[in-house]
Design a protein around this ligand. Structure first.
Ligand code: ATP
Ligand code: MG
Length: 593
């Protein structure tokens, strides 16, 4: 279960088994890959045959198209593919599936690599980097297409798009053969080369695989594999005016990279017969060798209270419903990271939800629980008063202050204690005082006693209100013999225990109180516009009083604010000595009815 590479989670429990792990274990038990060789880089059968014995027991890949930002759904696929490679002493290739010339941008490439690494994974393994670009394979793809033509397995079709659609047939009706289906190999080769050489207009013809127009699987009814498109490609420039279709390109990418287990989401299930057909035919042509890559499908992540569709995410950003791709309310990984979600939390989430073949919805609270659990372990405790009112200790000397000691982490005494200052005037939470207590209220109200956490027991002696009737200041007296941590301090028993910050020793900060972006579990369901389901209160900004130590928080540092939840110093808007904080998640689930 261990490998010499990227793993840094040796303390994590072994992930639960699933159907993909069962397949891999069976393949390994049958020594399916023991004779496999690796050329040192992607290549065809001849190149790999001349290589060394493959040090990787299995090869998986994560193949995003660099046309957008990664989201929480991608995190599931990343944890799955990189996690399998880690656990079975294999390699997961980081592959940019950039065969589509139009939409891809370097900005996306950079953000994707950054996020995969942030999640704790890497592609350096066995002394090599396994970062690949599918667009480097265009020559091979072209040769593979010629190989199919030479075997009579592909033809150039000049039907219009409408004719092709009409002749494809339906689920219940067979398709009709194209009048161009029986061209000679020589004519097909000549035409395909003319397509490549720019002799024909965009869309005037396509190359199609010649399989079976009567197949019950419509994907097997002579799918298009190459199209003419004069478009500039970010990697190959204007070298090509024909581009492979995704369904043709992807199996070839997998085979060139000697992928053993090509794991994708369920919507590709119907493509599997073509995947196998193509690789088998190319193996017969000597292009690839057995064992060929195999495709396995799993259910994509559907998460309540978010949208994971690229189109909808783009709409949220472009129409400025959020502040950008890294808005802390977005389910993008850039947003989640800024919100304070942790890589450990995502890996725990991926293990917890598992992998199955049945589509289902995962409750957002499961993700939040994973974040709470990992932050509870990792985050130091601090004190923050989010809705401050003043508490004056009338019998405490003016101008004096004293040290109190607060543990940095109750589960990790080795992290020690820090000093916080107590003085005459403190900030406390507005909700920790009631003029007239409700039933079961144990905090401050006239004549009641509470403990100031890490400090003294105080007795409420009165309060002041402003003209509008809002309480502005609470008065109390402290009991000098009750300081926490001193002998006999617990001789006075109280039921309430409230937090506080000394007004003379506070850092006043902006805090963004984030909540869910959507108020409905299934945004846009039942024919609603998903935008109508936006939560109008998904962020409120408060001015809080924090213990002074928080002024030194570094961007992206996380804390538990006692009694409130987990907060992170915003990585973007914090400046040194003046951090602003984002609420990552509350201590408990506030949405549970
Ligand atoms: P597109 O509609 O542009 O294809 P995509 O979400 O599939 O969007 P890709 O860049 O192709 O984007 O995705 C990369 C990988 O992430 C694919 O292997 C895909 O199966 C996987 N993936 C995408 N969305 C999810 C999801 N919700 N759950 C699990 N895996 C996902
Ligand atoms: Mg996709």
């Amino acid at each position: 279960m261990s490998s010499e590479k990227t793993s840094n989670h040796s303390s994590a429990p072994a992930p639960a088994s699933n159907f993909i792990r069962a397949i891999i274990e069976k393949d390994l038990a049958q020594n399916k890959y023991v004779h496999k060789k690796w050329a040192g880089s992607p290549g065809d059968a001849a190149q790999h045959a001349a290589g060394e014995s493959d040090p990787a027991k299995i090869r998986t890949r994560f193949p995003p198209e660099p046309n957008g930002y990664l989201h929480i759904g991608h995190a599931k696929s990343i944890c799955l593919n990189f996690g399998l490679a880690r656990d079975y002493n294999g390699i997961c290739h980081m592959r940019f599936d950039d065969t589509n010339p139009e939409k891809e941008e370097q900005e996306y490439v950079d953000s994707i690599t950054e996020m995969v690494q942030w999640l704790g994974f890497g592609w350096e393994a066995f002394g090599q980097s396994h970062l690949y670009y599918a667009s480097n394979y265009f020559d091979w793809m072209y040769q593979a297409a010629e190989a199919l033509i030479s075997k009579g397995l592909a033809y150039v079709d000049q039907q219009t798009a409408d004719e092709m659609r009409a002749n494809r047939g339906t689920l219940t009706e067979a398709g009709k053969d194209s009048p161009y289906r029986n061209r000679s190999v020589e004519d097909n080769l000549a035409l395909f080369r003319e397509m490549r050489d720019g002799k024909h207009a965009d869309g005037s013809m396509v190359l199609r695989a010649k399989i079976d127009m009567a197949s019950p699987n419509i994907n097997m009814r002579d799918p298009a594999i190459y199209r003419i498109k004069r478009a500039h490609h970010h990697n190959t420039g204007d070298q090509w005016c024909i581009y492979p279709m995704y369904t043709f390109a992807h199996p070839i990418e997998d085979a060139l990279e000697q992928i053993t287990h090509s794991i994708c989401t369920l919507e590709f299930e119907d493509q599997r017969p073509f995947y196998d057909w193509l690789l088998e035919r190319l193996a017969e042509a000597g292009f690839f060798a057995h064992p060929l890559p195999k495709q396995y499908e799993f259910a994509r992540l559907n998460l309540t209270y978010v949208v994971l569709s690229k189109r909808k995410l783009i709409q949220l950003v472009e129409e400025k419903h959020v502040s950008g791709w890294d808005d802390p309310r977005l389910p993008t990984l850039a947003g989640a990271r800024r919100r304070g979600y942790t890589p450990e939390g995502f890996r725990l989430f991926a293990d917890r939800i598992g992998v199955s073949k049945a589509d289902s919805w995962i409750e957002y609270t499961i993700l939040e629980d994973c974040m709470r659990e990992t932050l509870n372990e990792a985050a130091e405790r601090r004190i923050a008063v989010l809705d401050p009112i003043k508490l004056v200790i009338d019998n405490y000397p003016e101008g004096q202050s004293e040290d109190c000691f607060a543990p940095n982490h109750p589960l990790k005494p080795e992290l020690g204690k820090r000093t916080i200052q107590l003085s005459k005037t403190l900030w406390i939470e507005r909700e920790d005082f009631m003029e007239v207590p409700s039933k079961g209220y144990f905090r401050l109200f006239p004549d009641n006693m509470v403990r100031l956490r890490y400090g003294y027991v105080v007795k409420c002696t009165g309060f002041e209100k402003d003209a509008a009737g809002n309480v502005t200041t609470v008065h109390c007296e402290y009991l000098p013999d009750t300081k926490s941590g001193t002998p006999g301090s617990d001789s006075v028993k109280v039921k309430g225990n409230i937090h506080w910050v000394s007004a003379a020793h506070a850092y006043q900060a902006e805090i963004r109180m984030y909540d869910r972006l959507f108020k409905e579990a299934h945004p846009g369901s039942a024919d609603r516009d998903f935008l109508d389901d936006l939560n109008p209160n998904s962020v409120t900004t408060v001015t809080a009083q924090l213990e002074l130590a928080l002024q030194d928080a570094k961007p992206a540092e996380s804390f538990q604010f006692e009694r409130h939840g987990y907060f992170v110093a915003d990585r973007k808007d914090s400046v040194v000595g003046k951090p602003v904080f984002n609420r990552t998640v509350t201590l408990r689930d506030a949405w549970q009815k």
